[in-house]
Every structure is written in structure tokens, then in C-alpha cells.
Write a protein that binds this ligand. Structure first.
Ligand code: TRP
Length: 366
């Protein structure tokens, strides 16, 4: 057994990644046997509009899990917006759009819980005991926090940024989620959440060692396709190189028309040598369910123009019903707020219950 600190540092090592992958395959089979044993917690920061990177990377997967019968909790992580920003921005509009996006892609508010940080006081209160269970140096060593710091261009890091893995642990543990669908980069956070759960029970749970207060949440690693932006660089909203779910068919066509390709006319799928063309083929593949090589063959010598037309058409066709639903939803703000209120009510009931258990374990229930 490695020490817990080593476990955190090692959680991104190759061996540990292989273990996480094998475990994810096992969990996948267990979901088929008994989906209701699992509760997932996932979320997004309301910092902009969702785009096709989010859709193919996580949203689609959440909907699949929901359809398989897993309890699905989706967090609008509004307090996380201010980890690295001075203000919340046009948050009302962004939260509304996020709720509309969720429902439009197939998250069903009747079966899944959509809620937001700032409406759940007891979730945030868990931060206090949890912070007592981590060390400052452990937080400084967290690879994601480190990466954020490096990306911040020398600006000072806020205490909230330093401690956001702890807040994220509260997100996961308050609702006793035992499964978190993540990309590889999020594995250290999950390790941190597991450590907090473990340390809490070790320190306070002695009265009843057979019934831990918290589950040990596990990662469900999904095969996330590595998608680039339409200019061949990392996809991000600020670069204007992505296609948002809410864009029109025309806007989609316009962005794809400007997409970067290369000088070779014949279309082939070759991610290492032809990243831009291959990325367009990936998009075509994801939106049609066909193999990228097969699409490349079909387009053959007709060149980048034909490829772009193909991608535009298949993406627009795939997103058309979601976009129509999204527009309908956005025209009914009252409904969108009612979905959030109902989710918040459920989340509050759960958070209050968990906080009571925590207080009892800590003998602070006087
Ligand atoms: N950090 C996530 C993001 O970048 C959002 C998030 C907040 C989250 N809390 C979480 C994801 C807990 C998974 C589990 O959007």
C-alpha cells in the first residue's frame, strides 16, 4: 500500500491509469446488472455556451447513463465560476442556457436532478469539515491546481482556486455519488474526494465502522474522442473555433467553411500527419456513426470542400432536433426555472440529510 499522499501523486501515473481503465470496464458491466446501485454526479461551470466538444465528450455519455437507469445528478457549478474570475459574468443567461442545453440533449428532469451550488447551503457547509481533512501542501501538489496556476500567467491564485478540489469533493460526497464520469485529467480530483471520504470516516466514524458516512466515489473513464477546434488548435470558446449547440445551421456552415485543412486533395484519415482533415473526419464520424476511414474513402479526390460540406450536413442533421427543442425551451423561462427549483429542492433535502449525519458523526448535534 502506498501512503495516501503517494496515491494522490500517482493517480495520473501509467499503472494507475491502466487500473482506472480496467476498473471502469468492470463498473460498466455492473451497471448493466444493476444500474440503480449507481449514482453519478457530473457538472459544468456556467462560463459560456456548451459546444460540440462538451456534447461528444460528456453530455452524450450522461444521457446514455441516464437511459441505462443510473441515477444522474447534474450540477451547475456556479460558485466554481469565481475560482479564476473576478465576477460571475452574465450568469443568469448562462444558467438558463445550460438548463436548456441539458434538456435539449436528453437529460430528463423527471429522472435526473439538475441543481446549482449556490442554492444548496448544506453542500457548501461541508467545505468546513472537509478542509480540516486536507493539508495545504497536498492542495499545492494537486496536478489540476498546478496546471491552473501555470495557465494563469503569473496572476496570484485565489484561496478558492487552491481549495476547489475540496469543494468538488463536497459536490460529489453530499449526494453520496459513487460514480463520477470523468476524463483522465480529473482523476486527481477523484482521488482527493476518496481521501476526504476515507479520512472523515477514520476520524469521526468510529462509532459505527461498518456504516461509513460516505461512499468511496469511483471514476468512470469514458473514451473521449480528442477533438480539435476548426483551426486545428485546442478547442475553446475564446478562440472562436468551435460549434455551439445553440448555433444555427448557417452559423455552423460558416465556421466549417473557414476550417483549416491542408494542401493534399485526396481525403485520408491520418490523425498524426493530417490533424485538421482527420479532425473533420472525426466530427463526420461522430455525427453519422460511421467509421472515419469509410467517410474518407467516400469523399476521396473530391477534396476539402466536399469534406466540409459532408461535415456541415451531418452535424446539422444530428443537431437539428436538439436545436429546435433548445429554442422552444428558451422561449419558456418559467419552465426552465421550475426545473432548477425542483432539482434544488431534491438536492437540498439530500444535502441537509448528509450534513445531519456529518454533525452526528462529529458529535456536533447538540
Ligand atoms: N469542474 C467541472 C468543470 O470544469 C465542474 C464540476 C464541479 C464537477 N464539481 C464537479 C465535475 C464535480 C465533476 C464532479 O466544469
Amino acid at each position: 500500500m502506498t501512503s495516501s499522499e503517494d496515491a494522490l501523486a500517482n493517480s495520473t501515473s501509467d499503472a494507475s491509469l491502466a487500473r482506472s481503465k480496467a476498473r471502469s470496464a468492470e463498473i460498466d458491466r455492473a451497471i448493466d446488472e444493476n444500474p440503480s446501485r449507481f449514482r453519478i454526479l457530473t457538472g459544468d461551470r456556467p462560463t459560456g455556451h456548451l459546444h460540440l466538444g462538451h456534447y461528444f465528450g460528456t453530455l452524450r455519455n450522461r444521457v446514455l447513463l441516464q437511459e441505462r437507469g443510473v441515477q444522474t445528478w447534474v450540477l451547475i457549478a456556479d460558485y466554481q465560476v469565481i475560482t479564476d474570475r473576478d465576477g460571475v459574468g452574465p450568469i443568469r443567461e448562462r444558467v438558463l442556457a445550460l438548463i436548456a442545453d441539458y434538456i435539449a440533449v436528453g437529460i430528463d428532469p423527471e429522472r435526473s436532478v439538475i441543481f446549482n451550488h449556490s442554492a444548496i447551503p448544506a453542500l457548501n457547509q461541508l467545505m468546513l469539515p472537509f478542509l480540516s481533512l486536507v493539508t495545504e501542501s497536498e492542495l499545492h501538489r494537486n496536478p489540476t491546481v498546478k496546471a491552473e496556476l501555470e495557465a494563469s500567467d503569473g496572476r496570484a491564485m485565489s484561496g478558492l482556486m487552491l481549495t476547489y478540489p475540496v469543494h468538488q469533493a463536497a459536490d460529489i460526497l453530499f449526494c453520496k455519488a459513487n460514480l463520477v464520469p470523468v476524463g483522465q485529467d480529473q482523476l486527481p480530483h477523484l482521488e482527493q474526494a476518496r481521501l476526504i471520504a476515507q479520512r472523515f470516516d477514520k476520524r469521526y466514524g468510529r462509532a459505527n465502522p461498518d456504516r461509513p458516512v460516505f461512499p468511496r466515489p469511483e471514476a468512470l473513464l469514458s473514451e473521449v474522442p480528442l477533438l480539435l477546434g476548426t483551426d486545428g488548435t485546442k478547442m475553446s470558446k475564446s478562440r472562436g473555433n468551435t460549434i455551439e449547440l445553440g448555433m444555427s445551421a448557417d452559423e455552423t456552415a460558416k465556421i466549417l467553411k473557414k476550417a483549416k485543412t491542408d494542401a493534399e486533395r485526396r481525403i485520408t484519415f491520418d490523425p498524426a500527419n493530417r490533424p485538421e482533415v482527420s479532425n473533420l473526419l472525426m466530427l463526420a464520424s461522430l455525427s453519422t456513426g460511421r467509421a472515419p476511414e469509410e467517410i474518407a474513402d467516400e469523399i476521396g479526390d473530391r477534396g476539402a470542400g466536399a469534406l466540409k460540406a459532408f461535415v456541415t450536413e451531418s452535424l446539422n442533421e444530428m443537431f437539428a432536433p436538439m436545436r429546435a427543442r433548445r429554442a422552444e425551451l428558451l422561449a419558456n423561462e418559467d419552465y426552465l426555472w421550475s426545473v432548477l427549483r425542483a432539482g434544488d429542492e431534491k438536492a437540498n433535502a439530500q444535502a441537509d440529510e448528509t450534513l445531519d449525519e456529518v454533525r452526528t458523526a462529529m458529535q456536533m448535534d447538540y
